[in-house]
Design a protein around this ligand. Structure first.
Ligand code: MG
Length: 203
């Protein structure tokens, strides 16, 4: 991966380890079908740089979906609250930081921000995807809705990536892990594991 892009990604705020980002980049580069990538949970643009770099190489685009109002854990007083992401009315708004990150990475021609709720956008979506990266809300409800809404848009030979998969409950919330297990039960096979990132393909 381009050294400068990688440095911008490492410097961007977010919750993705560089090793996970590089695994995402390699995964996106290796997608078999031609088609755009979509991530749920763009936040400040860290993962969008890794995926955007791969999208540029594959002559496609990354749709980076987020309502940009922060997850439950990012609200004022919560564990992952960032006071620099509050707008003039006191609400979380991570979109300005997202745009700064993507501009700094010079990826504005490849990374397309989609601002809205995952279920709303999924319901109106029509473009088959080569890669789906699920890293949005981490409640059971959110993760289940993301899978139900977006898996139908994944091409048959497309790849599904899930972040924050923690088989051990002491290490993190279980909703993404449950989604991962569910994907395995429904016929996906694991093709890559890097820290809490899992990549799956339909068998
Ligand atoms: Mg995550």
């Amino acid at each position: 991966m381009d050294r400068v892009l990688r440095q911008v990604a490492i410097a961007a705020p977010g919750f993705l380890a560089d090793e996970e980002g590089l695994a995402l980049y390699r995964t996106a580069l290796a997608t078999a079908p031609k088609g755009p990538f979509l991530e749920i949970g763009g936040y400040c643009g860290k993962s969008a740089i890794y995926l955007g770099a791969a999208a540029r190489s594959r002559s496609t685009v990354l749709y980076s979906l987020d309502h940009h109002r922060g997850s439950e854990e990012q609200q004022p007083g919560a564990e992952y609250f960032d006071p620099t992401l509050v707008d003039q009315r006191g609400r979380i708004d991570s979109l300005p930081m997202f745009r700064r990150t993507i501009a700094a990475a010079n990826l504005e021609d490849v990374v397309v921000a989609v601002v809205g709720r995952s279920s709303v956008v999924a319901g109106a979506w029509a473009t088959p995807l080569a890669l789906l990266f699920v890293d949005g809300g981490h409640s059971e409800e959110d993760v289940q809705a993301d899978l139900a809404g977006w898996l139908p848009h994944l091409k048959p030979d497309g790849l599904l990536a899930v972040h924050d998969v923690f088989p051990n409950p002491a290490e993190g919330g279980q909703a993404p892990y449950h989604a991962y297990l569910q994907a395995l039960e429904s016929g996906f096979v694991e093709v890559c594991a890097e820290r809490s990132l899992r990549v799956l393909a339909r068998s």
